[in-house]
Each structure stands twice: as structure tokens, then as C-alpha cells.
Design a protein around this ligand. Structure first.
Ligand code: DC
Length: 233
């Protein structure tokens, strides 16, 4: 890689980066968070940024077809992550929306809003700026192929739809006790389809990603497998 190219991504070599990508409920967030705690690095779940813009769009009653307005709010929003006893709080334009990011309305619209090129560009710039300030574990869909192209370690997590549906079911039970496994699985497959059709950032491992199938692995085992990549690289 040439120096200019690295500079254009605003990356400082002294900060370490781990990129973790994968489909819905592949375990990215749980694994990434634990990994960041073990390493003492910053953690960023980029899905929450797309969710936050979706929350803002719903709050301001902006239609998902109004791309111009959505790009404007993505560019102008102030996103902050503030540590607290209850985990990181996600603040957008001074509203703490942490507890609303996984609600059903956000869940329904986020895949569509995250397809919009200008929204992606605005959020990717913010993600690269965050990575520029500290060593980081960043999780998402396009971290290895686009956001942190020069990450020290890139991992792509996979798991079968059945295993992912069971995991997601356990996570969503509190928010939606009436959800059935079949409902969760269909919703997950619908989102997989939209995410895989994302023209700009299709859900794909980077050429230099290590692919880990987590079907038969506990979170700790996945973290251990990634830790080995960190220490040996
Ligand atoms: O990981 P998640 O379910 O919280 O992600 C929410 C949505 O955001 C999902 O539809 C995919 C999209 N997303 C994306 O397009 N790029 C990312 N880096 C992270 C998430």
C-alpha cells in the first residue's frame, strides 16, 4: 500500500484495528465486545450507527424514499458513544436512544436506509475518524472490504440460518415475546437478502479475511480463535 493511500483513509499506523464482519446474528457484536474488553481497545458496532440514522428518520418522519434528506441528516448528525455502568450509551444529537435502537420500527427500515450511498459515505467517514483516535475492534458488514481496508486482522463470521435464528430469538424475546422462531428466521432471511443485494457494499469477506463458522462454537471460543490471530500476526 502506498503512503498516500493510507493517508487518505486517515489511518495512523500506531493504532491497531480488528475488522469483524458477518450476517445478522452471526455473533459479531458479542464477540467484538468481549474481544475489545480483553484487549482494552475501543469497540464500535457500526450497525448501531445505521440504526441511529433510521431512528432519526422515523422521529423526523422522513420517508425512506427521500434520499436527499436522509443523506443530510446522516452528514449533520452528532453521534457520541458514552461509557456508563449499563454499557455504552448511544447519543445522537443529544438524545440517548440506546434503548430504541433495536425496536421493531427501526428493525423494519434499517436495511433500506443502509443501502443509500450518501448515507453510507457519511457514516463511513465517521467510522474512519473514530478508528483514527484509538486502537479499535469494529464490527459491521463492510469493515474489512471498505471501512478499514488496512486492518491488522480481518475476520468474517458465518453461521447457518437456523443457528442464527435461535440466537436472535433469544435476544429478541424480551422486546417481542410473541415472536416465533419461524417469524425470526423469515425476518433474518429477508434482511440477508437485502444486505447481500447492497450494490455498493455487498456482504462479502475481504480477500484477506479469516472466515470462521461459529455454528458449533461458543462466544469465548470465537474470541480465543481471533486472539490467536492478533498475537501471531
Ligand atoms: O448489525 P445490525 O443488524 O445492527 O445492522 C443493522 C443494519 O445496518 C443491517 O441491515 C445492515 C446494515 N449495516 C451495514 O449496511 N453496514 C454496516 N457496516 C453495518 C450494518
Amino acid at each position: 500500500m502506498c503512503k498516500d493511500e493510507r493517508a487518505s483513509y486517515k489511518l495512523k499506523p500506531m493504532h491497531k484495528q480488528i475488522a469483524i464482519d458477518g450476517p445478522v446474528a452471526s455473533g459479531k457484536t458479542a464477540v467484538g465486545k468481549l474481544l475489545s474488553e480483553k484487549l482494552g481497545w475501543r469497540f464500535l458496532d457500526t450497525g448501531l450507527m445505521y440504526r441511529a440514522i433510521t431512528w432519526l428518520a422515523l422521529d423526523e418522519k422522513i420517508d425512506v424514499s427521500n434520499h436527499e434528506k436522509l443523506v443530510t441528516i446522516a452528514m449533520n448528525s452528532q453521534i457520541q458513544l458514552i461509557p456508563s455502568d449499563r454499557g455504552d450509551r448511544f447519543i445522537i444529537n443529544e438524545n440517548d436512544i440506546t434503548d430504541s435502537l433495536r425496536n421493531r420500527d427501526v428493525e423494519r427500515s434499517v436495511s433500506l436506509i443502509s443501502q443509500i450511498s450518501g448515507v453510507r459515505a457519511a457514516l463511513i467517514t465517521k467510522q474512519q475518524e473514530i478508528a483514527n483516535s484509538d486502537s479499535i475492534v469494529m464490527v459491521g458488514r463492510d469493515i474489512g472490504i471498505r471501512v478499514l481496508k488496512y486492518a491488522d486482522v480481518k475476520v468474517f463470521l458465518t453461521a447457518s440460518p437456523d443457528v442464527r435464528a435461535k440466537r436472535r430469538m433469544a435476544q429478541t424475546f424480551e422486546a417481542n415475546p410473541k415472536a416465533t422462531l419461524q417469524m425470526v428466521k423469515s425476518d433474518l432471511e429477508r434482511r440477508d437478502l437485502i444486505d447481500s443485494q447492497n450494490e455498493e457494499s455487498p456482504l462479502l469477506p475481504a480477500d484477506d479475511s479469516v472466515i470462521i463458522n461459529t455454528d458449533k462454537m461458543e462466544i469465548d471460543e470465537v474470541v480465543e480463535a481471533i486472539m490467536k490471530l492478533v498475537v501471531t500476526e
